[in-house]
Write a protein that binds this ligand. Structure first.
Ligand code: FRU
Length: 517
């Protein structure tokens, strides 16, 4: 940059006018430099007053894209020892834009390796959310029996169609990989499911259905779910509709998932997850679920109660991994840790958004009905250090990462703070758990972000609370996942102080400081 300031010697100037021209060019370069210095000093002041930098808030043990924008997790599938995570990604900016599928792999869902972008937008549109399966029997003919193809099923969103006022701009396409997800080929006859004339027609989640012996696609269609069946992932026909008169309807239905689950006594039910934006319990985006039966064609819910997978503001568009081996047997979930109310505004600079902790979903019978529990996967323990017990308040050497305690009374307040004046509180009183992020750190990027979020625990017996804290999030698990609250925060320094206020002197908390290995 400074190279362009080399001043030509007078004897090299061919004419007065050239001299004047050069002087003018130099003047405008100087003005430009002064403006640049002014803005960069403002920028520096701004970031030094907030004490934040390009990499501030980068989570220690949650997945984030290396750079650029991320929203929903997509195509989560397990194959040959690797957990694949694809995700809604815009590499050219930290705000939402033309969607690609970013890609990462992990052997434990905790340590991730970034891989090149898997799917780029093409003439049919942006690559919106969807799923991936291993086509073990090569029903699609896109691989072989020896090398079954990994097939991604996703929504094409045609921005041109949307701009010109058409309503059929979302269709479903497929792509396949025969090299463990490293390179992808789009199917030449896309789209495989055209649009029947509905604006919101997206986010296919596909799995092999043993009962009807075919692939079943669960699709979000505006205010309901549609199920489609296929013998080969290429030809799809409609099976049934579910949901326009049941569940929460404060917003558009998105990113569904359908899977069977057994309780600890071996009794099996079907689970349907449905994300919705807006209309969640804390405003904006959230995910509800239904439990019932699926006969290969129709979903019949056990009841008409609305249930949420998470009562916090920041767990959206989550679905479960496909093709987890039977020898593992877990149903593994991960969500996008943000909310469309402010996702594009959060104060990170290098990237935007993280995923939730991966969670194991279990089916629990409560009286005569079933509910889901979501607990952190066991692999998380690998990154935890030694526990310390704190009775009142303490300052720890390292950022906190896990705070757990057994609840022995009906009211308490836990405060996590940094050496500045930034803190969050988790309090419990009269059966209500409140999470207060009004003083959590940077909050002024959105009017709705600084808030107290409440979760009614009146119908459960609260025995244990676990707070998983990372540099820009806290995930609260009640009774190892009976209820969950996921929240993002932006403290300018990590919290290293913990305080427990309670009446019972016997009630202690156990703290584990951050030790990502
Ligand atoms: C959910 C969602 C999906 C869509 C994607 C676009 O967050 O709106 O319905 O496929 O994001 O990025």
């Amino acid at each position: 940059m400074f190279g362009i300031f080399k001043v030509s010697k007078t004897n090299e100037l061919r004419s007065i006018s050239q001299y004047i021209q050069n002087m003018n060019a130099m003047k405008s370069q100087i003005v430009f430099l002064v403006i640049l210095l002014f803005f960069s000093s403002c920028q520096q002041k701004k970031s030094s007053s907030n004490q934040t930098s390009y990499e501030s808030f980068r989570p220690q043990y949650h997945f984030t894209p290396a750079t650029g924008w991320m929203n929903d997790p997509n195509g989560m599938v397990y194959y040959e020892g690797e957990y694949h995570l694809f995700y809604q990604h815009y590499p050219d900016s930290t705000v939402w834009g033309p969607m690609h599928w970013g890609h990462a792999v992990s052997t434990d869902m905790v340590h991730w390796e970034h891989l090149p972008i898997a799917l780029y937008p093409d003439s049919l549109g942006f690559i919106f959310s969807g799923s991936a399966v291993i086509d073990w029997k090569n029903t699609s003919g896109l691989g072989t029996l020896q090398t079954p193809p990994m097939v991604a099923i996703y929504t094409y969103h045609d921005p041109e169609g949307e701009r010109t006022g058409r309503i059929d701009f979302q269709t479903q396409g497929i792509a396949y990989s025969v090299d463990k997800g490293r390179t992808w080929t789009k199917y030449e006859h896309n789209p495989v499911l055209p649009n029947p004339g509905i604006r919101d027609f997206r986010d296919p989640k596909v799995s092999w259905n043993e009962v009807s012996n075919q692939w079943v696609m669960t699709l979000a269609v505006k205010d309901h779910i549609e199920f489609y069946g296929s013998p080969d992932l290429k030809k799809w026909s409609k099976l049934s509709d579910f949901g326009n008169a049941i569940g929460a309807h404060g917003g558009v239905w998105e990113c569904p998932d359908l899977f069977p689950l057994k309780d600890s006594r071996g009794s099996a039910r079907w689970v349907l997850l449905v994300s919705m934006n807006p209309g969640g319990p804390q405003g904006g985006s959230a995910t509800q679920y239904f439990i019932g039966d699926f006969d290969g064609k129709n979903f019949i819910p056990q009841d008409s109660k609305t249930r949420w997978i998470d009562y916090g503001a920041d767990n959206y568009a989550g679905v479960t991994w496909s093709d987890i081996p039977a020898s593992d047997g877990r149903r593994l979930f991960m969500g996008w840790m943000s909310n469309w109310q402010y996702a594009n505004l959060v104060p990170t600079q290098a990237w935007r958004s993280a995923t939730t902790l991966p969670r194991e979903v279990t089916l629990e019978k409560k009286d005569s009905e079933y509910e889901l529990n979501f607990k952190p996967i066991a692999e998380i323990e690998k990154i935890q250090g030694d526990a310390k017990t704190v009775s009142g308040s303490a300052i720890l050497d390292h950022p906190l990462s896990l705070i757990t305690f057994d609840v022995t009374e009906n009211a308490f307040v836990v405060t996590l703070a940094n050496e500045g004046k930034e803190y969050i509180t988790v309090s419990f009183q009269q059966g209500i758990l409140s999470f207060d992020r009004r003083n959590s750190g940077i909050i002024d990027f959105s009017d709705v972000f600084p808030a107290v979020h409440k979760m009614d625990l009146g119908d459960i017996h609260v025995k244990k609370v676990s707070l998983y804290l990372d540099l820009s999030s806290v995930e609260i698990f009640i009774n190892d996942g009976e209820r969950v609250m996921t929240e993002i925060i932006f403290p300018t320094k990590p919290y290293d102080q913990v305080k427990l206020e309670k009446e019972n002197p016997q009630m202690n908390i156990s703290t584990i400081t951050s030790t990502l290995k």
